[in-house]
Design a protein around this ligand. Structure first.
Ligand code: ADP
Ligand code: MG
Length: 265
């Protein structure tokens, strides 16, 4: 099975002329097994987004390596990697269907138009937007727009999904529903997931494993294995282990969040 991510001694220091260096994170080492769902939580500013950008290949780390299925990722996003960001990344001038088709039409491989139509219809159905295929993003709610971003990524059949706080701008109910959808898409696709979130509840609810990052420079402080079954839903929040897991994460994160608050202007 593909989608095995290995991160080795990864570290990033931002340097720009005339300014003090900012040690964003690391060194950190971790892996995500094929089909595994791993989340990273950490205080704001600890280097989570920087870490994910280095993992994706969008940014070059100061040291360390990232491997996907044994292949080194350097300076470009691997075709088997899909990304979803916090901010809605759909093109406002394209319809929902054209947004989803974009990567297939203009990507590395030539995909026949008929196949694109089929894949787009399938993706629309998966994220429940079939009736909105011809709408423009501005005509949709925030949650629906985030589903467009998700469909756009999934249609490329990634082996590894990288998500940076994809639900952060949504209200709580929408977040829960999106979490449920993400779990369903994760099960269907068989892809591995690395999710960044500042919500401990979200991390525990969705993940097989949660990694806790320290205040900047972000280091991995703690690892929690949830032990959930693969066919979990949002009602896992009523499981007797759920609050114990959230409390265990908070016990580690609390001190880090205080440190982060004191050291940030
Ligand atoms: N381009 C940059 N140049 C210098 N510092 C940066 C740059 N981007 C982010 N930072 C700093 O790096 C640290 C980590 O940022 P980020 O990865 O966005 O954290 P998080 O996602 O955990 O909130 C922050 O202190 C931020 O101000
Ligand atoms: Mg961030």
């Amino acid at each position: 099975m593909a989608g095995h991510l290995a991160v080795k001694e990864l570290r990033l220091i931002y340097s720009s002329e005339g300014q003090a260096d900012v040690h964003a994170f690391g060194p950190v080492s971790f892996s995500v097994a094929p089909g595994e769902f791993v989340s990273i939580v950490g205080p704001s500013g600890c280097g989570k987004s920087s870490l994910l950008e280095c993992v994706s290949g969008l940014m070059r780390p100061s040291s360390g390596e990232v491997y996907l299925d044994g292949q080194l990722i350097v300076d470009q996003v691997h075709p088997d990697v899909g990304m979803v960001f916090q901010q809605d990344a759909s093109f406002p001038w394209l319809t929902v269907a054209d947004n989803i088709a974009f990567g297939l039409r203009y990507g590395r491989d030539h995909v026949p138009a008929k196949k694109i139509r089929f894949l787009v219809e399938e993706a629309l159905e998966q994220v429940g937007l079939t009736e909105f295929a011809n709408h423009y993003p501005s005509q949709l709610s925030g949650g629906m727009r985030q589903r467009v971003s998700m469909a756009r990524t999934l249609v490329m059949r990634p082996q590894l999904l990288l998500l940076d706080e994809p639900f952060a701008s949504l209200d709580l109910q929408t977040r829960l529903l999106m979490g449920e959808e993400l779990l369903q898409l994760w099960r269907q696709s068989g892809a591995s997931v690395l999710l960044i979130t500042h919500s401990l509840e979200e991390a525990v609810m969705l993940s097989d494993r949660v990694l806790v990052m320290s205040a900047r420079p972000g280091l991995l402080r703690h690892e929690l294995v949830t032990g959930w079954s693969r066919d979990r839903h949002t009602d896992i929040t009523t499981h007797p282990d759920f609050s114990a897991h959230v409390n265990a994460l908070w016990a580690v994160l609390r001190d880090e969040a205080i440190t982060a608050m004191r050291t940030q202007a």
